[in-house]
Design a protein around this ligand. Structure first.
Ligand SMILES: [Zn+2]
Length: 310
């Protein structure tokens, strides 16, 4: 395309260089003469034509590639429309701006319950060592919560999955294998991952509604939440993080329990969604043993609605 556009430009430039002014013969000697300003002006004019034609050629071939590809929505949102460039302008065209990389995060997710109720969410299970004890504790305190389940773990522990659903907790799809960069996969791959996880949960707990999706590591993007919505899944973020994973700093003993409790007590408000983990986190059991009574006297604790948020 560019070559085709450039061929007449070159011919035009050569033509202008050799064109004779009316009433005057032009020779190769004339072109070299320092007083031949006219020839230079013709040359500049030819170059301006070349710039104009090249700009037209790039406008025709440019925008299509910028709007294709997996990050269609953010690219369309951030790119500016192509504006015509004057032949005399030397500034670069705004159409050359490349699409910005998508930064994943909680912005695209739901971070409050939409009511005064506070929701507890437990991620990454089921865990045969922790989840049964957590379920016992929740039952003893008459509290229901939301469990964000990893599909491959549901496959390994279907009876534990069935118990979670049977005891009135609501279920959240936390992807098949907890891949950190799930959001970078193609639409088809993401849909397959979420559908496979839903199918595994339904196999273990037939009839249990699944209306929530939590991206691994909270790495939500608008495209990912849009794909989840196609499967009737609300993207579930959080507003309080108990930081149970800061094991290097606090260990898993009393210092960690103090830290987690202090975080939750400080940050929880009516409508908060609290992020906690059951997989491999005995500190969660020790923390909630003291936190549950404290939370219950101050807030209404409720699982995310089983029917989803609309
Ligand atoms: Zn997780």
């Amino acid at each position: 395309m560019l070559l085709l556009a450039f061929a007449p430009v070159l011919l035009l430039a050569v033509h202008h260089l050799h064109r004779a002014r009316p009433g005057r013969r032009t020779t190769t000697r004339d072109i070299r003469k320092p007083n031949d300003v006219v020839v230079r002006r013709d040359f500049i004019r030819a170059m301006m034509w070349a710039a104009a034609l090249l700009t037209l050629a790039s406008c025709e071939s440019g925008p299509g590639s910028a709007h294709d590809g997996p990050t269609t929505a953010p690219a369309a949102a951030t790119s500016s429309p192509v504006s015509p460039v004057s032949p005399t302008s030397s500034s670069p065209s705004p159409s050359l701006t490349l699409p910005q990389p998508v930064t994943p995060g909680l912005t695209a997710s739901r971070r409050t319950t939409g009511s005064a109720a506070v929701a507890l969410t437990f991620d990454d299970g089921p865990d045969p060592a922790i989840t049964p004890r957590l379920l016992d504790m929740l039952k003893a305190n008459h509290v229901t919560a939301t469990f964000c389940l990893v599909g491959s773990r549901v496959h390994s522990y279907p009876r534990l999955t069935a118990r979670i659903a049977a005891e009135g907790h609501t279920l959240c799809n936390h992807s098949w294998s907890h891949a950190e960069h799930l959001y970078q996969r193609t639409d088809a791959q993401i849909l397959h991952d979420l559908q496979r996880t839903n199918a595994e949960i339904r196999k273990a707990a037939p009839g249990a509604p699944i209306h929530y999706f939590r991206a691994p590591y909270g790495n939500f993007t608008p495209r990912l939440t849009g794909l989840a919505a196609r499967l009737d899944l609300t993207s579930l973020g959080w507003s309080v993080d108990d930081q149970c994973y800061l094991i290097d700093r606090y260990g898993t003993g009393p210092a960690m329990v103090r830290h987690m409790s202090a975080r939750v007590r400080r940050d929880t408000r009516p409508g908060s969604i609290i992020l906690s983990h059951d997989l491999g986190k005995p500190q969660t059991l020790n923390t909630y043993r003291q936190l549950l009574p404290w939370l219950r006297t101050r807030y209404g604790l409720a699982a995310m609605p089983a029917g989803g948020l609309h």
